[in-house]
Design a protein around this ligand. Sequence first.
Ligand SMILES: NC(=O)c1ccc[n+]([C@@H]2O[C@H](COP(=O)([O-])OP(=O)(O)OC[C@H]3O[C@@H](n4cnc5c(N)ncnc54)[C@H](O)[C@@H]3O)[C@@H](O)[C@H]2O)c1
Length: 259
Amino acid sequence: MGLLDGKKGLVVGIANERSIAWSIAKELIEQGATCAFTHLPGEKMQRRAAKAIEAIGVSDPWLEPLDAGSDEDLDTVFAKLKADFDAIDFLVHSIAFADREYLKIGNFTQTPRAVFTQALDISAYTLVAMSRRAAELMPGGGSVIALTYYGAEKVVPGYNVMGVAKAALEACSRYLAFELGEKGVRVNTISAGPVKTLSAMAVGGIDDMFDHVERKAPLRRNIEGPDVGRTAVYLLSDLASGVTGENIFVDSGYNTVGL
Ligand SMILES: NC(=O)c1ccc[n+]([C@@H]2O[C@H](COP(=O)([O-])OP(=O)(O)OC[C@H]3O[C@@H](n4cnc5c(N)ncnc54)[C@H](O)[C@@H]3O)[C@@H](O)[C@H]2O)c1
């Protein structure tokens, strides 16, 4: 018997097999969940996502194009979800974007307005846009999670505008938890330690972060996808029935150490 038997939901953010969303989906499916997926528009993106999903063991996935910056795309995806699933139990938001030119150490002060706005739109506002639509498909309540990073709370050189976007994402999660709580929808964030993914490689100084975690974190190791996936299982399952508006660190304990 799985912890998520009978539960179904949408996983947004699989680019390839390294994506945190991929590890999350793998654990969710192992626990009995049914997952629907999206990919960034474009044939190449579709092929990559389908290949990664197939590696989890899902050969004919529900897989639709979505640019989360487009309200039209969001409306289309959630309308299709309603038509095909009627109701869902969970939403996994595992996306972020910022122009990598401004993820270089020492470059935050130079962030142009358009780069700032886009980072906040794709990395934070989309949680509001998706949660609103997902909650409409959760008549019996549900659970939403989003991925964040410690750079929202403390300065991590190179994380720059993404740190500002993650601070907004975490605040959005709390406000959503407050308003959607009335409908029995829980909203939480997972603050993951650094993981080698496509997005992580765009962050200046990322290799130093891995070294630092290995030396300083209580567990003396970097985290891996399954560490995050298993916490996602907990938050999306009934085991977390009383947990909302929270941020759970999955970072080998790194954030608890002062020096
Ligand atoms: N890798 C890390 O070290 C780390 C640590 C903490 C938090 N996170 C967060 O985890 C989440 C997943 O990132 P990842 O590390 O798995 O990298 P990834 O590159 O594998 O995933 C990022 C995803 O965002 C999607 N995306 C970007 N712009 C989009 C848009 N406009 N519409 C729809 N999708 C869009 C990409 O297609 C991709 O699937 C992000 O929120 C990231 O900030 C990552």
